[in-house]
Ligand binder design. Structure first.
Ligand SMILES: Nc1ncnc2c1ncn2[C@@H]1O[C@H](COP(=O)(O)OP(=O)(O)OP(=O)(O)O)[C@@H](O)[C@H]1O
Ligand SMILES: [Mg+2]
Length: 559
């Protein structure tokens, strides 16, 4: 028995050796021209006998440089989720920007998957380079790839439907799992050729959610619905021919939760946040570059838009500059002064309203898509209507002073209290005075460990009463100032009238004086005239009233 086994083994061994020799001699004995057809026939034979289709997904594609294949990434995510239960050999990876361990199937491991009753197999593979070279780029050494094997009967359904399903699911998982980032734009001055990125980022870890956001429930639900509807409407936006983006304008007094709401939005949709500081953007071109450099599934935030873009100020500056330029022409050019001037100019952003409008709805804004643009402001009335019209800022959300409903959310967050005897008092006071959620929250926050809810609520009530008193005092003060101003104005008006009257009177009296004066002058003039006439009449003696007599004399009448 053992001898026969040994015989078989030897035979198999020699057969393999023979085959290997034949394989090695194949290139020598078959001329080059025959090799192609022989290989083709061999392939046909294999595919006839072997009814499975194999698709490979390499990690790096030849024509994509060093960029990792997106399909590979998505498949990896998909398999990580589905394979960990099946595969016996797993590999633990620490994802670069997350401090969590992710399990994935080890190389040469195979797992099965099922789709609509069709069974298929995935395997992870790696080609080790035969060359003994040291390379900086992983693709040079090791070529990882996934291989999918399935029966050729299901070719259509797998290549069309299943692969799309895998890629979509993989992408969704990567969005869910990725460490989201908070980006801020670099100052243009600090951008170097070797640091091409225009944004620097940190991990986005704001804990705000819509559950913890204090505002009216209906309003909150409406915003949540709006956001979810946006994020799931890719096809709808494509159908109506609109770029897949949406603008929100958040306005309200400081401390009412605008920034908090942005964080809650990002957490709800699992988007990245790009916090755009407009004042450090040099000009419109740079603004556009920044936009192109943002990724999909992101919220671009411009906080305090009224402060960032002072258009009137810029126009004035421009005018000043022109005047300066005229002056400069006469002056000798001083290099130090020139440099200082340039630095000053750099400080002032050249971003204009039209640049910003192009940023929001220009052609480039459609690149990448699935973006939300949020503006915040404390003074909505200051903004240019062109900026906030619908289509640009599709939804205007007002965040206002703390209402009773908002207070209840804060009480739940800060004190774990859902109802309390003091709630009624707080509600009454909140109606009578306005306090921002930030102030309410600050008062609710326990100031020492072990402080109970009552103490916090009492503190809030005290603060509300103080705020009410303060508001009353302020109103009184304002009223007083108003009254004083009014009285002052009246007094001034009265004085003005008096002055005018005096002036009029003065004018009149001087007119009268003049009149009497001119009357005298007239009399004199007449007399002179008379005298003259008399003179003209040939009266030779000096013109005094006596002259009449003279005339009489002249007439020959003697008295
Ligand atoms: N509606 C709210 N719900 C929950 N917390 C809030 C709310 N409003 C304010 N807060 C709290 O107050 C703090 C300040 O709020 P936030 O920074 O969101 O205000 P803002 O409206 O952005 O103010 P500003 O206009 O000054 O930027 C937050 O850290 C948060 O804890
Ligand atoms: Mg803010």
């Amino acid at each position: 028995m053992i001898t026969s086994m040994l015989e078989i083994m030897t035979q198999v061994g020699s057969a393999i050796a023979g085959l290997m020799v034949a394989y090695a001699m194949f290139p020598n004995y078959f001329p080059y021209e025959f090799r192609g057809p022989i290989m083709r026939y061999a392939q046909k034979l294999v595919s006839f006998l072997y009814p499975y289709v194999r698709i490979t997904f390499p990690e790096y594609q030849e024509d994509h440089g060093f960029e990792r294949s997106k399909a590979f990434d998505a498949i990896q995510r998909y398999l990580n989720k589905n394979s960990t239960k099946q595969a016996k050999r797993l590999q633990a990876n620490v994802v670069r920007d997350r401090e969590a361990i992710v399990l994935s199937m080890a190389d040469h491991e195979e797992v099965a998957d099922e789709y609509q009753g069709i069974k298929l197999w995935w395997s992870a593979n790696q080609n080790i380079s035969k060359r003994q070279t040291i390379s900086f780029f992983p693709r040079e050494d090791e070529k990882k790839y996934f291989k999918l094997t399935f029966h050729r009967r299901h070719r259509d359904i797998i290549t069309v439907e299943y692969l799309k399903h895998v890629l979509d699911e993989g992408k969704a998982i990567s969005v869910q799992e990725r460490q989201r980032k908070l980006y801020t734009n670099n100052k243009s001055k600090s951008m170097h050729w070797y640091r091409r990125s225009m944004w620097s980022h940190v991990a986005f870890e704001h804990p705000a959610t819509f559950d913890t956001l204090a505002m009216d429930r209906d309003k909150k639900q409406e915003i949540v619905n709006d956001l979810i509807n946006f994020s799931t409407s890719k096809d709808y936006y494509a159908k109506i021919g609109k770029a897949w983006k949406r603008g929100y304008l958040l306005f309200g007094p400081p401390g009412t939760g605008k920034s908090t709401m942005i964080a809650a939005m990002a957490n709800l949709l699992k988007y990245d946040v790009y916090d755009l500081e407009l004042t450090t953007v040099k000009d419109n071109t740079e603004l556009r570059k920044l936009l192109i450099d943002t990724s999909s599934k992101s919220i671009i935030v411009i906080e305090d838009i009224d402060c960032s873009l002072d258009l009137t100020g810029q126009r004035e500056k421009k005018k000043d500059k022109e005047e300066d330029d005229d002056k400069k022409k006469d002056e000798k050019k001083d290099p130090v002064k020139e440099k200082m001037k340039k630095m000053e100019e750099n400080k002032n952003s050249q971003v204009t309203l039209s640049g910003l409008l192009n940023f929001i709805d220009g052609l480039w804004s459609a690149c990448g898509s699935e973006r939300i643009i949020v503006f915040t402001t404390n003074y909505v009335e200051k903004l240019d209507p062109a900026l906030i019209r619908r289509g640009r800022m599709d939804k205007h959300i007002e965040l206002s002073y703390c209402s009773f409903e908002a207070f209840k959310v804060l009480a739940k967050n800060y004190l774990d209290v859902y109802s309390h005897d003091l709630f009624a008092e707080v509600g009454r006071l909140l109606e009578e005075t306005s306090m921002t959620p930030a102030d309410v929250a600050e008062n609710l926050m326990p100031k020492s460990s072990g402080e109970d809810a009552k103490t916090s609520l009492m503190r809030l009530i005290k603060a509300l009463e103080e705020a009410k008193e303060e508001a009353r005092r302020k109103a009184e003060e304002e009223e007083k100032q108003k009254a004083e101003k009014l009285a002052k104005e009246e007094e001034e008006e009265r004085k003005k009238l008096e002055k005018e009257k005096e002036k009029e009177n003065g004018l009149q009296s001087s007119e009268n004086g003049n009149q009497s004066l001119s009357n005298g002058a007239k009399e004199n003039g007449e007399a002179t005239n008379v005298e003259n006439t008399e003179n003209a009449n040939g009266a030779k003696e000096s013109g005094e009233p006596i002259k009449v007599n003279d005339t009489e004399d002249a007439n020959g009448v003697k008295t």
